[in-house]
Design a protein around this ligand. Sequence first.
Ligand code: ZN
Length: 944
Amino acid sequence: MEDYLAPVSGARHIHLTTSGAEMAFLVAFPTVPDASDGRAHILEHLALCGSQRYPVRDPFFAMLRRSTATFMNAFTYADRTVYPFVSTDTNDFFNLLDVYLDAAFFPKLDYLNFLQEGWRYTLTDGALGYQGVVFNEMKGAFADPGHALYKGLTSTILSGTTYEVDSGGDPLAIPELTHQMLKDFHASHYHPSQAIFMTAGPMPAADVQARISERVLARQTDVSKRRIPQLASAFTAPQRNTVRIPSQQGRDNEFGLQITWLMNESAIPKVAFEANLLSAGLLGDAAAPLMHAMETAGYGRPSGFNGHDDSARQMLFHVGMEGLTEAQVPLAEAHIWATLERVAEEGVPHATLQAALRDLKYSQRNTRSGGMPNVLERLLIALPVAMREGDVVTAFDSDAILQEMERDIADPAYFKSLVRHLLTSPGRLVSSIVPDAGYFSDRNALETARLAQVSATLTDADRARIAADTAALEAHQQTPFDTQALPRIRPGDVSAEPRTLPAIAPAVDDAHAFSIASNGISSASIVYDVSGMPAADWPWLALYTQLRDDLGIEGRDYADAGAWRQRMVPSFSFELQPFQMPDGALRIDLAVSASGLREEHANIASVLTAYIARPRFDEHVRLRYLLERKVENTLDGLAQAGNQYASMAVSAPLAPVRRFQDAIAGPTSLPFNAQLKALSATPEGLAQVAAELARIHAAILARRPSILCAGSGEDGHELARLLAAAFPAPVDTADASAAVRAPVPAAPLPLANVALHAAGQVNHCAIAWAVPMMHDADAGALSVAAELITNQVLHTALREAGGAYGGNAGYASDSGVFSMASYRDPRLAATYRDFDMALDTILATEYSDEQLEEAIIGVIKKLDKPEAPWDAVRLGWRMHRRGTDLATRQRFRHSVLACTQEQVKAVVLTYLKNGNASRAAFAGNTTQDLAGLEVLDLSVAAGA
Ligand SMILES: [Zn+2]
């Protein structure tokens, strides 16, 4: 790692040399707003809407389809704004660097873009309203009860700092922001003396610096003292507050209790590691004392917020319970407190703390990451440390401090003293959480009242100005812009051949081993083909998969088993992997997986063997708790999951694999939730659930599993040998062959026409058609059609004009579903009209070669997204299982690269325009025009 400071401006550049192909860049600014008007967030959106060198309407979205970047985005955090991208191509990397630097330092911040992305008034038949992308994005974010809860905590414990306000923007406060305030915020916050540049990859740091100097430092000479977020003032005594959170029904068991501690600065390595250790020791597994105490209290459950939290300059530590009645709130507080006092006396086992340090080591070596390239994730973890003037070297490599911690935990008094400190610190806030069924209607009423107030004072001139702004914005959105100034990658620049994936050859014992660049981490999956299970068993199979790692195994109760497993391996999971064959047949795999350091092979084998061969289902008290938790979490999350529910409901009738997903996690699964609620209420019901789980288990074990292993060098092969010995074929081979027998195909479902309802402030709309899968000659044109519809029609109609946060079309080649969807959408009926319009527009418009090529690059980019080595093995396995061979992938890629406009129009006409559409939306209210959709109340379906 190298750390540079530019001499005059004070701009900082941190470069990490890595050997992989990926090149990551980010530029970050401290953004410390003092109001909840969303200025930092709206600025992030506006910076991407055109700049001096690239004065087009939205270079960011244009580059999404002109670049082969594997990641492009921008993020607004509570105290910083970050613009990152990753590419594997040197030309593309420097192209994007130019676009990003110009966007951040020299954005146009055009007034019309402010109206589009931030907020604006609308006049509909004389009635005043609000519109805007961020405005609606944040209305969607407010659907999450956790959002209100978190703001309720931080606004008090971090009062007087930037963390007190909502950096994303509160839709009730966003209309207080003016265009001029936004420009001032940019001028004061975005210049080189504030910037931190970070890069990782094989390219020389000097090349990046030369470009930054030329494009930015030579032109932007403002210097100001680097901003750093304020520190909250220390509490002299603990405080209390009450936080109201949105609730669908205002049920009497939706109260909660949260205790939040204010700790030392999160950029100090020791502070971060000790907070980590506290989380692991108190809450890390089912036997950890605080977790165990909360799960076995006999009421409520641990809240979703527990553990350390480094999102602010000062570390926070959260402990709390949810699902309480009002009377249980003080009981929960006393219970948590008594447990902490006991742990301060007794401590926790040394092995627990050792496992916590092993997990830290594992996460540093791990090359897999959640949803973004690993190189970028490493930068993003170190970034807040750099911005808060902490020790960046340790943020990248913590071996030394891990060794120090090893010595610390050897003394039993050490952990006790950390807990004792929690008990004695005055820096804590105790919050009572109160469910508020009127949360959204109150916010709607406030918004309506403000609009009425403004409306009453509007002069004719004001109304004329609003109308003129609206007309100017519409004209701006309809103006085709010249993208010539923007660099681009063309179809001829990308490889004509698909990337190679690990090949799966027949193997002895069906055990497959791979040598991968895993950085000393070994992984294994034991995969059972459970396709033969009847559809009536699917919800039970899903429940089995969800509960197994929270239940016990022979000889160990669930808590003991959880603690043992945590000591043995850092990563363990049960996972269902459904997929669809080219002939439409459904296949379902159940994978039980574990990963660990290469020195832990024996542990991996022990854990997999114990959990697969020796489950127990007789812990009925535990079972009741887990069922109640599942039922309540589903009920709490109805509005938040509205988008997934709509997407599952719309596609379930179109493809067997989607039908399976809907049956286990979509609206169709909600009656099962209600059934579980009833069963968990009686001993007989619990016995019945236990019996069903045991029956599912026996059916799984009758199959012969496949074994997948991977690791550095010979490690994967060694692990495969261990596991092949542990998982011999079942004796009854007749039953094993039944596993591959396809289930009887279910009768087709009628197309959906449904408005799924839970209380919220936005909608999510979806429409979908059954189309051929990847093996078909039309698959390439369908995939290009989805990109073209998104780029040329939906982005403008649904987002820019309609105000939805997202709008896009998609083709799923593995299930044969083509869909269009909006996300966090203020409209519903008008969006469905736009879906129809999109097809007509595509059929009637002559697109340029450039527009078609952008759509092609959009498809290729998704195909070429790099996978971490173990994920590539698993992807290769799934391709093998569903019969997608290299020849199929080649045919598909070639047809994408050679796709013509005539082919796109032909598939749009045949399958979409002349096809039968399925329609499903999530509707935040049912008083709007529902476009003929039939209402289904999600709360009722789920048995609230
Ligand atoms: Zn946003």
